[in-house]
Design a protein around this ligand. Structure first.
Ligand code: ATP
Length: 379
């Protein structure tokens, strides 16, 4: 059986330690003092827009591009300046990078052959690996005879063939079409769980990161903005950039009134306690799905950020409806709200209708300033 680590709950001790990593290309600083820990058995995603430095960080961990300064330790060993051949990882790139002139079996066997294992042992492992990635019959074919998704599975089999301690995935799904991509997400995740191999995947696709990672490292302009579980990152974004980059978010320009109130135009809203200075410009953020329709005669308490609004541009998006809301309390600001199909039916919500909504205090995020300063979030 191929195994790289016990597939139990990840232990607390960091398997990979990155400390104060800096990478400069001439005067351009691509990584600026990056520190992070990855636990054994964890699946971590580096997520961020194009150019934020995620590939540079992955390549430094692999030793493919040495950092300018800083330290990297894997399994208690300082690997900071070791060449890739002396590090312990398998890697899958965006482009399949299989050897076109070798059969699938020889491609998978590549790392095993350089370990000079007996032929029978290699053949057995190759068969096992092809089985593991769901392509047991394809060994005698050549890469060009396989689909993109199949080639990426072979690249994965090749990367784990020697049971490396660390699996590095550099946008492994982004060249594939949407359906194959979603399918392979599940397969890679299941395989990673089964093998328990510590894995780092670079992606600019937030959905991919949210659905696959145990923890996400959100990067922006060469620094880490936040490290957290998918739920933490989504529910409690640490910065306006993270809030903007992941999921949909309304951004309302406000001024700080006191420790738990802000002012939007002439309207005072209650928010969670923050430590921004009185009169400072800030941004109040709320996700469209967190805007709550108020049932007339319902049992929700009065007050607490309840506002009269008018519904516009109601749009059916499959599992929910998105509406644009305006109202005297919001001034010129438009607020997007997602209403469930049930809420639409129950409250008979329609374009042009007047209704009331609540912006729940615990779903409001207050960030300093008005600018996400995140560069392009188009990934
Ligand atoms: P993408 O998703 O587009 O690959 P990324 O977040 O992986 O983005 P990197 O490839 O890590 O970004 O690049 C980070 C920054 O460093 C970019 O601004 C890039 O232009 C710059 N950079 C990367 N490699 C080099 C190089 N060899 N020489 C000069 N600048 C570089």
């Amino acid at each position: 059986m191929i195994s790289t680590a016990p597939s139990t709950t990840p232990s607390a001790a960091p398997f990979l330690r990155v400390r104060n990593l800096v990478k400069a290309f001439g005067s351009f600083v691509a990584l600026n003092d990056i520190s992070l820990d990855v636990r054994e058995g964890e699946f971590v995603c580096f997520l961020g827009p194009s150019g934020c430095g995620k590939t540079t960080l992955l390549r430094a961990i692999a030793g493919l591009d040495l950092q300018t300064s800083g330290m990297i330790e894997q399994a208690g060993r300082d690997i900071s300046v070791l060449p890739p051949s002396q590090r312990d990882f398998g890697i899958v790139f965006q482009s399949y990078a299989l050897f076109p002139n070798l059969t699938i079996a020889r491609n998978v066997a590549y790392g095993l052959e350089s370990q000079r294992l007996p032929r029978a042992e290699i053949d057995r492992r190759v068969a096992e690996l092809l089985d593991l990635v769901g392509l047991p019959e394809q060994g005698t074919k050549y890469p060009a005879q396989l689909s993109g998704g199949q080639q990426q599975r072979i690249a994965l089999a090749r990367a784990i063939a020697t049971s490396p301690g660390l699996l590095l995935l550099d946008e492994p799904l982004s060249a594939l079409d949407a359906k194959v991509r979603v399918h392979l997400r599940h397969e890679i995740k299941a395989l990673q769980r089964r093998l328990g191999v510590t894995t780092i995947m670079v992606t600019h696709d937030q959905e991919e990161a949210l659905s696959m990672a145990d923890r996400i490292v959100v990067m922006n302009h060469g620094v880490i903005d936040q490290i957290g579980t998918p739920t933490e990152i989504y529910r409690e974004p640490a910065t306006l950039f993270v809030a903007d980059f992941i999921g949909a978010m309304n951004r309302l320009p406000v001024v700080i009134v006191d420790a738990d109130h802000v002012r939007l135009g002439e309207t005072i809203l209650q928010c969670r306690p923050h430590d921004l200075s009185v009169d400072a410009e800030a941004t109040l953020a709320i996700r469209p799905e967190d805007v709550v329709p108020v049932e007339s005669g319902g049992s929700r308490p009065k007050g607490g950020n309840r506002f009269d609004v008018t519904v516009h541009a109601l749009e059916f998006l499959g599992s929910f409806w998105r509406a644009v809301l305006t109202g005297p309390a919001f001034g010129a600001v438009e607020v997007e709200a997602d209403f469930s199909v049930n809420a639409i039916r129950r409250l008979d919500i329609a374009d042009g209708m007047a209704m009331a909504v609540e912006l729940p205090v615990d779903r409001l995020h207050v960030f300093a300033g008005r600018d996400a300063s995140g560069g392009d979030a188009d990934g």
